[in-house]
Design a protein around this ligand. Structure first.
Ligand code: PLP
Length: 410
């Protein structure tokens, strides 16, 4: 066991044993999974919660009078309660993930509250999911999308964001952590500053939730959105957290079963919040799995996870900096989750493919964040995204593999 393992999480090997995908061999060697910003592997404890639902009470929620449906409804609503509590409270609407939650806010709040000339302010760091829905909304409503720039290190400064605010700014929609560079933004200060100017705030928490304790009250945003699969839950489940009053004031977004109180051919009335925004049969198994994931994360402790990941990231940054032909893309002072880099003379896709031959899984490409890569002068990077379950030995093996790739192919 290395120093990082011993000091930050002595039972890390037992935790790893509880994540089945980590025991796979790829090309004859044990998998080193460093693509956690794309998605995280699912622990057996999470899979078990989903399997219990699917095998024991695979019923629809809210509708049935029979026992199985009652059990499914209880598990679904109990998961909602535990997940909301994990994030410090608020009303939780389940969505497919971050992308759908942002589209919900654009389609409901945006359609109602934004008009010609109003401005939506995002940052240069945003994932496409926090750009394109606003572009579509602006095209429909005649509003304007403004972008607060970052510096050459990929850092977002409060002053720059304030400079980009005008008396027409109605919404500040920004990420807490950049998936492409790992930059941690001053999200609570950004929200406080926006709020003081009467600007509504949305925080893209997709890359925050696996890496740090999140308290939406402390962040002080109007909308917080996230994806379950980035925090050890299955794909296809995530959510929008907001206040009951905020959600009450918004019209439904999608129509269908479960989101109504009554329907006639003349008109319909809506269910209470949060069900008003959950049309159709929800992803019950995924929701229960997300509940299992927050229990699993709580058992480990988000502070433990944050401390350990800080140590692993610092270690990997030092290793990469020690390799001659490696350039880091983005050197933020406060980093979470991801390190982008390029190797002189090699395409990032080739770096990714060659690391895969060493059984190391990383991401290469634009990371669904083309504008920030272009801003820094790149069309693609290689990205190492460690999580707390990674070990120092894996990072050492990754450094060795990169050196070997450069020696052999460079
Ligand atoms: N926002 C950020 C910062 C992300 O990293 C991602 C996914 O990578 C998303 C939004 C979109 O998440 P999803 O595809 O789960 O909806």
């Amino acid at each position: 066991m290395t120093d990082i393992d011993a000091t930050t999480c002595p039972n890390i090997m037992a935790i790893r044993d509880g994540i089945p995908a980590l025991s796979r061999d790829i090309h004859g060697k044990p998998l080193i999974y460093l693509d956690n910003a794309a998605t995280t592997p699912r622990p057996q404890a999470v899979l078990d919660t989903v399997l219990t639902y699917e095998s024991q009470f695979p019923a629809n929620v809210h509708r049935g009078v029979h026992t199985l449906s009652g059990e499914a409804t209880h598990a679904y609503e109990d998961a909602r309660r535990r997940i909301a509590a994990f994030f410090g409270g608020g009303e939780l609407v389940f969505t497919r993930g971050t992308t759908e939650a942002i589209n919900l806010v654009a389609g409901s709040w945006g359609e109602t509250n934004l008009g010609a000339g109003d401005e939506v302010l995002i940052s240069a760091l945003e994932h496409h999911a926090n750009i394109v829905p606003w572009q579509l909304l602006c095209a429909r409503r005649g509003c304007v999308l403004r972008v607060a720039d970052v510096d050459d290190a990929g850092e977002l400064h409060l002053d720059t964001v304030i400079d980009a605010m005008t008396d027409r700014t109605r919404l500040l929609a920004m990420t807490g952590v950049s998936n492409a560079l790992g930059t941690v933004t001053p999200i609570a200060e950004l929200c406080a500053t926006a709020k003081a100017r009467g600007i509504t705030t949305l925080v893209d928490g997709a890359q925050m939730v696996p890496h740090m304790p999140v308290d939406i009250t402390a962040i002080g945003c109007d909308f917080f959105v996230f994806s379950g699969h980035k925090m050890y839950a299955p794909t296809g489940i995530g959510g929008l957290l907001s206040s009951g009053a905020q959600l009450e004031a918004m019209p439904p977004w999608q129509g269908g079963g479960d989101m109504i109180r009554s329907v006639s051919f003349a008109d319909s009335t809506w269910n209470d919040v949060p069900w008003k925004f959950e049309a159709g049969t929800p992803n019950v198994g995924g929701t229960i799995g997300l509940g299992g994931a927050v229990d699993w994360l709580s058992g480990i402790g988000m502070d433990t996870i944050a401390n350990r990941e800080t140590a692993l990231l610092a270690d990997m940054v030092t290793r990469l900096k020690s390799i001659d032909r490696v350039q880091l893309v983005g050197t933020p002072s406060h980093r979470a989750g991801a390190i982008s880099f390029v190797i002189d003379g090699m395409h990032p896709a080739d770096v990714g493919a060659m690391l895969d031959r060493h059984s190391i899984a990383i991401r290469a490409g634009h990371h669904c964040a083309q504008p920030i890569l272009e801003r820094l002068g790149y069309s693609a990077t290689a990205r190492i995204a460690p999580a707390f379950f990674n070990t120092e030995a894996e990072l050492e093996a990754t450094e060795a593999a990169i050196r070997r790739i450069i020696d052999v192919f460079g």
